[in-house]
Design a protein around this ligand. Sequence first.
Ligand code: AMP
Length: 115
Amino acid sequence: MAPSDDTIFGRILRGEIPCDQVYADDLCLAFRDVAPQAPVHVLVIPREPIARLDEATEEQAALLGHLLLVAARVARQEGLEGFRTVINSGAEAGQTVFHLHVHVIGGRPLAWPPG
Ligand code: AMP
């Protein structure tokens, strides 16, 4: 991981601050959101520091696919019948941590469209 990843998720990946981990492999880490918006709210993050989805490259296509497969795996592991995945990209979309992350949200009825 590049030392320039000074986001809170970079610090979690480096073990500088703790997280409530639910899954980990060579490519990514999944942990519970500190401010859950539903009974299950997990974040899946790549170990590689991609700031936001629109900065991902073709070379990272397999990694992006892996993050979605892990999101589904985590949802199964959490016993969810249905779930929502969200990637906020950019401040206007509500992104607050600029290390790419997939929200996995479930455990209650989810309205559509989201706010
Ligand atoms: P976003 O607004 O899409 O960038 O999502 C960032 C998410 O990270 C929010 O849902 C926060 O609650 C969550 N978050 C921030 N700091 C931490 C942390 N230390 N551990 C777990 N989740 C965090």
